[in-house]
Write a protein that binds this ligand. Structure first.
Ligand code: 5GP
Length: 143
């Protein structure tokens, strides 16, 4: 069964400017911002501006724009945190682990020997997230 897109989801509200986010990158088709409950420092999300619940209902052009932004932001995240590697993932529907129903891709810098934190664990300090967002924006500008 197909579930309809709900325009009241939290990421749609971020796109409309109704709730704040620590933004790192924006273009005509995509937005990237810090995850408020990071699974590690530098945990960043990339979303399309076009409404889509997940991978399966997204317009292919929107998906292509998301993929390009994921690559651009992932390079900056890796540089900003001097990471050894990256983990990139995307969940679909509650059974797949999705909790916010606007398509999004997670980008996490990874470090040798450091285990990934819990999904939707604790809220991060806003000052820390603002600092991390600034580091990623600086890396994007330097790219
Ligand atoms: P999902 O489980 O749907 O793949 O992940 C949703 C992600 O969104 C989680 O990692 C969660 O921490 C993050 N998140 C939930 N609410 C908010 C919010 O209001 N702002 C931001 N920036 N991230 C959120």
């Amino acid at each position: 069964m197909t579930v309809a897109y709900d325009p009241q989801n939290i990421f749609a509200k971020i796109l409309r400017g109704e709730i704040p986010a620590q933004k790192v990158y924006e273009d005509d088709h995509t937005l990237a911002f810090m995850d408020v409950m990071p699974q590690g420092e530098g945990h960043t999300l990339v979303i399309p501006k076009a409404p889509a619940r997940g991978l399966l209902d997204a317009d292919p052009a929107s998906l292509a724009a998301v993929a390009a932004t994921v690559q651009r932001v992932a390079r900056a995240v890796k540089a900003a945190f001097a990471a050894d590697g990256l983990t990139v993932f995307q969940y679909n529907e509650p059974a797949g682990g999705q909790t916010v129903f606007h398509l999004h891709v997670h980008i996490l810098p990874r470090f040798d020997g450091v285990v990934l934190g819990r999904h939707t664990g604790g809220m991060a300090d806003q000052g820390v997230l603002a600092d991390h967002a600034a580091r990623i924006r600086a890396a994007l500008e330097a790219a």
